[in-house]
Design a protein around this ligand. Structure first.
Ligand SMILES: [Zn+2]
Ligand SMILES: [Zn+2]
Length: 310
């Protein structure tokens, strides 16, 4: 069974569960672990069956609950190398360490972890009064993860029964990516946090059964809205976020119309209204929407979408 469940979408947190065959992955962990688990339960997803977390980029709304969630579940995290490095810098801004030193530290920690797990200690237990500083040193390092795997944009890879095709998106992060996930012949595209639809992105969004696309802001609302000018410039830039107008432009002229579901995502709470995003996309789809094709859904910030099953 192929399933796609958006748990949250927007500048306060992003997370989606993608399932195919026996594999389940979390795409971004942008909320606290507790909140992610709460939403998974609401949506009928079991957190303990997750196999991995995949990270699109290091912005806070995509990684807020990353370490705690990965540690609690003991599952690997997939990043590009540049995103991993940027994430670590964000967590430890004052640490003076070369990358080589850090790699060495990771090796040591992995060895420690191995030794620790053979002792069957409970990893999440606080151990303030324990004489040994080894386990607490592990927990004190905010960048520690059970396992880290690297992927590269442009190089497809697999996690269990899911195939992932990561592609570069234009956004102001170290090495941001979108994905096409596929399993059992079903293809699902995931593209948020992009300043514009670059040609490589357009190519990736073809022949998909599900298209999740950013529809971040209404241009007029952003222009007249509360953000300082510098932030408005950032959002509007080629490495910012996709407007309703730009998403609609793609849906009317660049999109092949083949998806069963089109999900508008990463809507701004300050500079957009769900109805504005919906109307812009509906106009762009021009009667191509039906129960079988181009069914339009809006991903929300505060509640999960019902799972989409294929
Ligand atoms: Zn974001
Ligand atoms: Zn971002």
């Amino acid at each position: 069974m192929v399933r796609f469940t958006v748990l949250a979408s927007g500048s306060k947190g992003n997370s989606t569960v993608v399932s195919g065959g026996r594999t389940r992955i979390l795409v971004d962990a942008g909320m606290s672990c507790r909140e992610l688990f709460r939403r998974m339960k609401i949506a009928g997803e079991d957190p303990t069956t997750l196999d991995a977390i995949v990270v699109t980029h290091e912005h806070q709304d995509h990684v807020n609950g990353l370490s705690v969630t990965a540690r609690k579940l003991g599952i690997p995290v997939y990043f590009t190398e540049a995103t991993h490095r940027a994430w670590m810098r964000w967590l430890t801004p004052r640490r003076q360490m070369t990358y080589a030193q850090w790699i060495e530290q990771c090796r040591r920690q992995a060895a420690d972890r191995q030794a620790e797990s053979t002792e069957e200690t409970e990893p999440e237990e606080p151990d303030a009064d324990s004489g040994s500083d080894r386990p607490s040193a592990l927990k004190d390092d905010p960048t520690w993860l059970p396992a880290v795997e690297y992927f590269e944009a442009g190089r497809p890879f697999a996690i269990g029964d899911l195939d992932l095709s990561p592609f570069t998106i234009p956004h102001d992060a170290a090495d941001p990516v979108g994905f096409v996930f596929s399993s059992e012949g079903i293809r699902m595209a995931f593209a948020t946090d992009l300043g514009y639809i670059a040609p490589n992105v357009k190519a990736q969004l073809k022949r998909v059964d599900l298209l999740l696309l950013e529809s971040n802001h209404d241009l007029e609302m952003l222009r007249d809205g509360p953000y300082p000018w510098s932030v408005k410039q950032r959002v509007l830039s080629r490495v910012g976020h996709l407007s309703n107008e730009a998403a609609a432009e793609f849906l009317s002229t660049g999109y092949d119309g083949q998806a069963a579901y089109v999900i508008l995502a990463h809507l701004s709470e300050s500079n957009n209204l769900p109805e504005l995003a919906r109307v812009a996309a509906e106009r762009a789809l021009e009667g191509r929407a039906s129960l079988l094709a181009n069914r339009l859904l809006l991903a929300a910030q505060h509640e999960p979408l019902s799972p989409i099953c294929f």
